[in-house]
Design a protein around this ligand. Sequence first.
Ligand code: FAD
Length: 496
Amino acid sequence: MKSIILVVGAGPVGLTMAAELARYGVPVRVVDKAAERTDKSKALVVWSRTLELLDRMGCGEWFVNAGFKVTAANIIAGSRTLAHIDLHAVNTPHPYALMLPQSETERLMEKHLNDCGVQVERGVELERFDATADNVNATLRRADGHEEVIDAQYMIGCDGAHSAVRRGLGMKFEGDTLPSDWILADLQLSGLRTKPDELNLYWHADGALALFPISPGRYRVVADVGDAKSAALRPDSTLEEVQAILDKRGPGDIVASAPIWLASFRINERKVADYRAGRVFLAGDAAHIHSPAGGQGMNTGMQDACNLAWKMALVHHEAAAESLLDSYSIERSAVGRQVLTDAGRLTTLAIMRSGVAQTIRNHVASLVFGLSAVRGIMANKLTEIAIGYPESPLTLPSRHTHGGPSPGERAPISAAGVPVGAGPNPRFALFARADGESAAFIARHENLLEREPRLPFAEDGIWLVRPDGYVALVAGRGEWAKVEEYFHRIAGVGKG
Ligand SMILES: Cc1cc2nc3c(=O)[nH]c(=O)nc-3n(C[C@H](O)[C@H](O)[C@H](O)COP(=O)(O)OP(=O)(O)OC[C@H]3O[C@@H](n4cnc5c(N)ncnc54)[C@H](O)[C@@H]3O)c2cc1C
């Protein structure tokens, strides 16, 4: 009997990680030092790609039903709309940003985890650990001081920005804290004449102001309030301060009331170089933190979890070689780096101080965002459907795509039908003609492949799609040897 996998931290990432492992029949324990789940709304946006992955987990509908759909984002300077990014055209079953407070995301994910048969162990802190080539010896301490030592096959640190796991590994969290102060307020706004289901970013000479709808009448207000004056964080914002910023930078006549959360924050941009050290892995804020511009932090972390879980499940069930796990850090570290760069750029543009630079920025933005191709690229980036792994060692490059998606790309998803990766086992999907050859191939790899082939994206091709929905390879009709080789040489699966 194999030992369990220990997930440290039950924020959105740890919960997703534990739920995915449990769904795939891997014994898992998830501990959190906090006595209760967060009641803070922190991350507000669940993007399309995360929703697609939640559909795959079997709980996407809960989130969609609980959230509020935002269908466009605008950048406004004075009376001019510099950019209008419409999400309707994004090729996904979820062409919108789902606004859902993080406390709700965590509540729903924990319910899903419970349905998978696992309870979060709260008030349990990872004290220290010792990882060897064979196992991870972790010491857990309960609130009453009781200590327990457990022997885990792997440990995954989903323990947030101040990660004890990362510190225990001695990994550097390289990057900076930006020297500007920001305020945040979740409250009621009245008098706003913009569309209720659009997100508005105002570029004002004094700084940026963003208004995110949370539900009808309720908004999150985020604004930068200038250079940091000291090392200490400024006090939380006040309703009066928020009102003054709305009056000055907003479209006018907005009245703020009934604040639920008033806070201030600074932006950190940091990342570890490697998300893995032997049997210990990092995911979510423990591995990368960045500007909330673009709202990608939690989404990126939840997607880290989905990337690692199916690989770990195959390895745990001895259906794949251990080396499959190496691709996790390579793939997700590249995504983390890109998110950091993109969010950093958006922040830099938003907080430009010089009048000349602002004029140039506004002019260039209105020209660039005037191009529908640019708006389309931006929408695909924001919704995270553009994420892919073309450079991954798990992707077999090919010159011919036979008119379908390329290796490394997310496989297009139809709203109908069962998503790839759903079900109790991590299975690759074969998009190929249903004939004797595909049936024979599936029969030879029944522990790795879905039972039936899916309709190919074009007549003369074969697409092998990973359990997390990314194209592993594209082959021509009849090129079964290529798929066979992929399984054995590239993914190291099917060796158990
Ligand atoms: C104001 C704000 C707005 C944001 N907006 C967005 C947004 O719109 N979209 C988005 O995607 N992201 C956003 N983010 C980022 C998002 O909140 C984080 O990326 C997300 O919470 C990270 O989740 P996590 O599970 O990795 O870490 P966390 O949520 O930090 O969870 C870590 C958990 O680990 C536990 N823990 C820590 N140490 C230990 C230990 N030693 N033992 C046991 N348990 C431990 C903690 O108690 C905690 O529950 C925002 C963040 C802030 C602050």
